[in-house]
Design a protein around this ligand. Structure first.
Ligand SMILES: C[S@@+](CC[C@H](N)C(=O)[O-])C[C@H]1O[C@@H](n2cnc3c(N)ncnc32)[C@H](O)[C@@H]1O
Length: 271
């Protein structure tokens, strides 16, 4: 299958995020979530933002809406979620209708690289999405423009160790169409985009703990044996790639300078 430079809706919906796969991920990560650590990790990340009730958040790559639902119901935040996968959003919006949170949460289809909001959010939150995005310069430019001056960016993402990588990790990244960075590269990209107070944490040890507990959950899933075997194999491979240091996990925070406002600057940067 051809890999796009940046994830496209067709690519995502026909490969990693087919409805059946989404539901399997959800069974492993927990209701409403498709990222490591599920709800508990989301609560921890949202707490870090220390936002007052009523503050506005953009959840980039909102998936099934889990974080958005928690932000609204437990923290009183107003949330816009966008996601590029139609399969993901269809399930997310079905969930939203049953949660009674439609006054606070809006989940829309969209590519975050095409976002054209300016000075709109107190925080931008994203969990394990940027691995799909190759044009990080454009990404951070667009996200900074969408934040209010002084607004916060918080994201977690799959990261990588230094090259050369093992053949297995190289093939895995290519097959998924991922674009991974080290924590240091992410720090530089954020600083180049003009963010201040950039903090990059290597959270790989936490990731390994999460993978181990995921394996217990996979073992207990009431699904066809062959499917469970496939998931176990895939999680053991993730553990092996993490143990060698090729596959890492990072947590990043940054702030848009209080005096900074206006439109994205990626057009100027590329001319
Ligand atoms: C691993 S899932 C994480 C979902 C959610 N953040 C969570 O924590 O459960 C990654 C998500 O990123 C979305 N995504 C990938 N590329 C995107 C893009 N360019 N714009 C918006 N969403 C994107 C995918 O469709 C998918 O829902």
């Amino acid at each position: 299958m051809t890999k796009p430079n940046d994830a496209t809706q067709d690519f995502l919906d026909s490969s990693q995020y087919q409805t059946q796969s989404i539901l399997q991920y959800e069974a492993i990560y927990g209701e409403d979530f498709v990222s490591p650590g599920g709800r508990a990790m989301a609560v921890e990340m949202i707490e870090r933002l220390q936002l007052a009730p009523g503050a506005s958040v953009l959840d980039v790559g909102c998936g099934l809406g889990g974080s958005a639902f928690v932000m609204a119901s437990e923290f009183g935040l107003r949330v816009d979620g966008i996601d590029l996968s139609k399969n993901m959003l269809e399930i997310a919006n079905r969930k939203l209708r049953t949660r009674g949170l439609s006054d606070q949460v809006r989940l829309e289809w969209g590519d975050c690289l095409q976002l054209d909001r300016t000075d709109s959010y107190d925080a931008i939150y994203s969990r394990d999405v940027f691995l799909h995005i190759h044009d990080k310069t454009r990404l951070f430019s667009v996200l900074k423009a969408a934040l209010r001056a002084g607004g916060q960016l918080l994201f977690t993402d799959y990261c990588c160790g230094p090259k050369p990588w093992s053949a297995d990790f190289t093939a895995y990244v290519a097959n998924r169409g991922y674009c991974l960075h080290s924590a240091e590269e992410y720090s530089s990209l954020l600083a180049q985009a003009g963010f201040s107070q950039v903090v990059a944490e290597d959270a790989s040890a936490r990731f390994i703990e999460i993978l181990r507990s995921d394996l217990d959950r996979i073992g207990a899933l009431e699904i066809e044996q062959s499917v469970r075997d496939g998931l176990e194999r895939s999680w053991r491979q993730k553990l092996a790639r993490s143990s060698t240091g090729d596959h890492r996990w990072g947590l990043f925070t940054a702030v848009k300078r209080p005096c900074d406002s206006g439109s994205p600057n990626h057009t100027e940067e590329t001319t």
